[in-house]
Design a protein. Structure first.
Length: 303
């Protein structure tokens, strides 16, 4: 067996027992055991408004679960199995990923329990606009991969070559293109809050962004190499009221450098709601300062 196959088969053997098929009255997906007392990670859009459902593992065991908490903005949810679960998967850190790195997706596509696909990290730091009717959510800092994903993979594990879970698969973006919510410091905080409080109070700006290089003169002056390009401004959002525009390059927010989507996302928690947030952008070669006032992300229709 070649080295590539050995890595993929090793990761599969490690994770397949820990990833369950999850079913609610509105649909199905996957979930990953991440604690020894039955807490599991999945997507908010998988559980929707359901409060309970059933799970089935690759070894044929099954049982019930209850929903502990959901955070639609990150598309993460925590559920808890009512019975015994396998040993938990090890959560990794997506901040160490690089484009081209091998990743393995484990889930239950099309209802087929215990399926494995492999590919590479295609891009990092993407923003995913998720719409339901007139409601818009922006899932920040997602991982883009070419590991084949199909309906039912959502909520499953995206793992590195060591079998550590570095993402939770969230969407199929097109042929040969999948997206995953990163597992990092920010999402670990979200997960802990969901386990404790059942929800996360989030501040909302209404920007869809993508990392972009700084112009040479700013790179030389600041020593920074990247900032955030505004790809879309959500109509009626605080970003619109602040005067932010598509094409702006966000350099600083709240007095802090903005190098990637996570830099901005770290500011968007409860303490930012209703407070002035100074933002500096580069627009048509000139520095522009605006003041935004994030609002609380209210309950929107489920994805």
């Amino acid at each position: 067996m070649d080295a590539y196959s050995q890595i993929v088969s090793s990761v599969a053997a490690r994770l397949l027992p820990k990833v369950a098929g999850l079913r609610t009255e509105r649909g199905s997906g996957s979930a990953v055991v991440f604690t020894s007392d039955g807490f599991m990670l999945t997507n908010a859009h998988v559980v929707g408004r359901s409060r309970a459902g059933t799970i089935a593992f690759a070894d044929g065991t099954s049982g019930d679960f209850e929903v502990v908490g959901t955070d639609p903005l990150s598309d993460l949810a925590v559920v808890r199995a009512e019975g015994a679960t396998p040993e938990p998967a090890v959560l990794g850190d997506s901040d160490g990923l690089v484009v081209g790195q091998l990743v393995v997706a484990v889930g239950n596509p099309l209802g087929l329990t215990g399926s494995v696909t492999a590919g590479v990290v295609s891009a990092l730091g993407r923003s995913l606009p998720a719409r339901s009717g007139s409601a818009v959510r922006l899932i920040e800092d997602v991982i883009q991969t070419d590991a084949a994903l199909n309906p039912g993979n959502s909520g499953g594990a995206l793992a590195d070559a060591e079998g550590k879970v570095v993402g939770i698969n969230t969407a199929v973006a097109g042929v040969g293109l999948g997206l995953a919510v990163p597992v990092n410091t920010t999402t670990r905080s979200i997960i802990a809050t969901l386990m404790r409080d059942g929800r996360v109070r989030r501040a909302y700006l209404g920007l869809v962004t993508s990392p972009a290089p700084l112009p040479d003169h700013l790179h030389r002056r600041t020593g920074r190499s990247t900032a955030l390009r505004v790809m879309e401004v959500v109509p009626g959002s605080p970003a619109v009221r602040a005067g932010l525009r598509a094409g702006d390059l966000v350099l600083n927010a709240g007095g802090r450098a903005v190098d990637d989507a996570q830099s901005l996302q770290r500011l968007m928690f409860a303490e930012a709601i209703g407070r002035p947030l100074p933002i500096t952008v580069l627009r048509n070669g000139a520095l522009v300062d605006v003041i935004a006032e994030p609002v609380e992300l209210g309950p929107l229709s489920q994805l």
